[in-house]
Design a binder for this molecule. Sequence first.
Ligand SMILES: Cc1cc2ncn([C@H]3O[C@H](COP(=O)(O)O)[C@@H](O)[C@H]3O)c2cc1C
Ligand SMILES: O=C(O)c1cccnc1
Length: 353
Amino acid sequence: MNSFAEWLKQPVKSVDKTHEQQALARQQQLTKPPGSLGQLENLAVKIASLQASEIPDLTHVHITVYAADHGVMAEGVSAFPQSVTAAMIRNFANGGAAISVLAQELTAKLDVINVGTVDTLEDIPGVFDKRIDAGTANFCQGPAMTEQQCQQAILVGRDNVLSDIDNTQLYIAGEMGIGNTSTASALASALLKCDPIDVVGPGTGLDKQGIQHKVTVIQHALELHQSELNDGPLSTLTLLGGFEIAAMVGAYLTCAKQGIPVLIDGFISTVAALTAERMQPGCKDWFIYSHQSAEPGHKVVLNALDAKPLLQLDMRLGEGSGAAVAVPLLRQACLLHNGMATFEQANISKGDT
Ligand SMILES: Cc1cc2ncn([C@H]3O[C@H](COP(=O)(O)O)[C@@H](O)[C@H]3O)c2cc1C
Ligand SMILES: O=C(O)c1cccnc1
């Protein structure tokens, strides 16, 4: 058996129930009516149990943006040209992208990884060059990736998580890849066995006609690969995925195996999360869902994961931006959990309940 298969077989870490119980008990002792901090209480309990700590802490956030191009762009499925992927990599490096601004404010570690753009980029300081190929192949004509390429991409994500694991209290994977809402929609349709109509949306801004064309393109791709779509989630990822999406899957699998909490971003990020969960059930115990994107398919994929996102801001950007926006909320949930006085400390009556 090769080392990839061995690694894949490593189990997902189980979540610490003792710390969950301790954190729940502490929430009952804090000077507030029980339950009055609503979802912030559940969040603090979740983070305490995932970190197996009495004092959950999100000082050290690791954000990684995975960027790659998509062969399906040959079918005219985005409102923007393919060259924007590489241009945005430069923008990430220069600090001008949404995620750059947010990561800086959060004092998060921000990595940018080129997993496979069509444009050859010069060496850019701060950008890791892990190009597998000049974009994936067009999944309307054949498999998007070879098995070997898919494994390689998954391992890019794994190695990124492992590179700073001792210092990571929360991991966020963001993506950049023009055309990747098509890729994510194709993957979601295949994994959920639903019609592309249910998950395809405007992405960067297609009109009604553009969306209809995108649906047709994905329907054709699913027909082409039909005979192989029951071969398991790794095979589906190879046939229909993207390099950046496979890298995110690898990162999520690694976080779940190593016990690192993950904050999931938008539609594409959640499709990667679904793929990881299908590859290794139990992964999703390590996931927190930041927001529900305006991309209509996001709701469908969140439902499939039984996920309750924290925010609904009509964001539809990706890059990890929705997750980054939710980090202050998570931090505040932890601050309240750690810093509030108990009824006993404050000498306040707990009332009759
Ligand atoms: C300037 C710009 C910055 C972005 N940052 C993220 N995306 C987002 O939009 C793309 C997916 O949408 P579609 O499938 O319609 O191409 C991805 O790159 C995603 O990360 C961007 C898109 C653009 C144009
Ligand atoms: O929800 C997302 O992640 C998203 C939606 C549209 C375009 N890019 C990303």
